[in-house]
Design a protein around this ligand. Structure first.
Ligand code: SF4
Length: 331
């Protein structure tokens, strides 16, 4: 059959479409946020009280620095994630809104300020994270230890969750020191699939992060381990399943999955808004793979509902132990 002008025209349009997707010189336009991502503007008396307390104690929070979409909800409930070791990071990950540069000296009063703020807020559970401090000999591990110790002294009933960097080139010693201080939950995020590390998390190594999680579990199996990934960065479904398998091999108890949101136009673009249904489907797969707990939704973040999730995780472990005890007791 002879090829007509129309066929050629259609072919060119199709090729153009394909080229548009494949050529890095023509990146996709910024996608419009779907309705399920929209959140209320932060405001209200309780929100302001949380903010005032953070300022009073000179504390940074990842809620503000990372431009977290949940800040209105969390701060109204007095949930804030304290970011220690300053507000300047030594890395420049393509997804993160925290400032990059030469950080300031470590604040010796920060551990006690964190503990005092937790006591004033009456927190049952606190999440403490930090910027990357590749400039420090221990990567900042000793500051995490001091914060845990100050919290135990000042507000002993508060359960402690830490979300640490990878402590590049000093991981083993750093993790040993922190595990010895016995936080209740040790979180370290893998963030994305290994294929995207060179562009999304260029300063980090996927397998080094996995080994960190595995080391925590090996040193103290009673500490809950937690890790998370962002979706919408062009990862493929099977790659996400592989990350789940890798986490399970490292003994990770709790998986969080949330939608990546581009904080500014300088950051990497969102490649896709993953639907709430797809998040549910990922959660089902993750549960089948044996995680003790899975949180998966567009607005899920590492520390979102962390207190409630800690209680659920503890209960899930008790139920699991009871079941295995019961089955071991069988003749
Ligand atoms: S989800 Fe975490 S980082 Fe975001 S506002 Fe809540 S506590 Fe802060």
């Amino acid at each position: 059959m002879p090829v007509g002008k129309r066929d050629v025209h259609r072919y060119l349009i199709e090729m153009n479409e394909i080229t548009k997707i494949a050529t890095p010189d023509s990146p996709p336009q910024r996608l419009r946020k779907p309705d399920w991502i929209r959140v209320k503007a932060p405001m209200g008396a309780e929100f302001e009280k949380t903010r005032a307390l953070m300022r009073e104690h000179k504390l940074n929070t990842v809620c503000e620095e990372a431009a977290c979409p949940n800040i209105g909800e969390c701060w109204t409930k007095k949930h804030a994630t304290v970011m220690i070791l300053g507000d300047v990071c030594t890395r420049a990950c393509a997804f993160c809104n925290v400032k990059t540069g030469m950080p300031m000296a470590v604040d010796a009063l920060e551990p006690q300020h964190t503990a005092d703020a937790a006591a004033k807020l009456g927190l049952e559970h606190i999440v403490v994270t930090s910027v990357d401090r590749d400039d420090l000999a221990d990567g900042g591990a000793s500051q995490f230890v001091k914060v845990i110790e100050a919290l135990r002294r000042t507000t002993p009933k508060t359960t402690i969750e830490i979300l640490t960097p990878d402590f590049r080139n000093k991981t083993e010693a750093a993790v040993e020191a922190i595990v010895a201080a016995r936080p209740d939950v040790y979180n370290h995020n893998l963030e994305t699939v290994p294929r995207l590390y060179p562009t999304i998390r260029p300063g980090a190594r996927y397998y080094a992060s996995l080994r960190l999680l595995e080391q925590v579990k090996r040193l103290d199996p009673s500490i809950f381990t937690k890790s998370g990934v962002m979706l919408g960065l062009s990862e493929q479904r099977l790659e996400v399943h592989q990350v789940m398998d890798d986490m399970r091999s490292a003994g990770v108890d709790f998986l969080t999955m949330g939608q990546y949101l581009q904080p500014t136009t300088k950051h990497v673009k969102v490649s896709e808004f993953v639907t709430p249904q797809a998040f549910d489907a990922y959660a089902s797969v993750a549960r089948a793979k044996g995680f003790l707990l899975v949180a998966s939704s567009p607005l899920t973040r590492s520390s979102y509902h962390a207190g409630d999730d800690f209680a659920k995780m503890r209960q899930a472990r008790e139920e699991k132990l009871a079941r295995s005890g019961a089955s071991n007791a069988r003749p």
